[in-house]
Design a protein around this ligand. Sequence first.
Ligand code: FPP
Length: 265
Amino acid sequence: MFRFFPQKDKYIPETSLYTFDPAGAIPQHIAIIMDGNGRWAQNRRLPRVAGHQEGMNTVKTITNYASKLGIKVLTLYAFSTENWKRPTDEVNFLMQLPVDFFDTFVPELIKENVKVHVMGYEQYLPAHTQDAVKRAMDQTKDNTGMVLNFALNYGGRAEITTAVKAIAAEVAQQPELADTVDEEMIAQHLMTGFLPREYRDPELLIRTSGEERISNFLLWQIAYSELFFTDALWPDFSGELLETAIASYQNRNRRFGGLDKEETT
Ligand code: FPP
């Protein structure tokens, strides 16, 4: 695993065990838990929201970088169903960020052929956030490149609960469906169900800021994801670090519960 040690204001890889191979396996779907904005701001004696503001700039950088690498889906955890517990000022700031982000970045997203999607309980977001999200999705709906998928007011357990309820309602209407409930049916009812089947589950999940937990993110979808943790705080995350994460992924041995070829002989 890679470890990044804080220098004054940037993170330098302690060691580079793997080299990124642009011609090697590139994950089609990458999911990121963008953590550490608050600590980034604190380290500079700035208010926490300054970290979120800088975090938004990193989202722009990483979106462009991921799109150029040929990644098909980039899912970013922008606001969890638990983040409402934060102070009102911070929540208000976080709800304004998508508005500022899309206002300033949609032309570039269109140029880059990126399609915006938002998954989460959008109906509980403030009206101005909902409007910005809908506008961005509409303005980029014909784009055919990378899907930039924001998890906004998203929670993995809530998502599974909603899917189970929807399936239960369908079964109540048509009891014979009970026998047809399978993994594919459940996957279709999750918030990633809008994605083509081959892109629904991230091959690689990245979490920044040194925390090594999943925090209720994509619980079903990450069953076989490779996990990559870095000490870099989200505002310090960079294209180079994204390549480091992919380099690590390229050196994993993905068996999906099976055996290597040589082990079967
Ligand atoms: C976690 O860091 C980060 C968040 C809860 C918000 C993430 C949001 C962004 C990166 C900007 C999103 C941009 C758009 C366009 C929606 P933290 O505040 O928990 O950091 P800490 O653990 O250091 O306190």
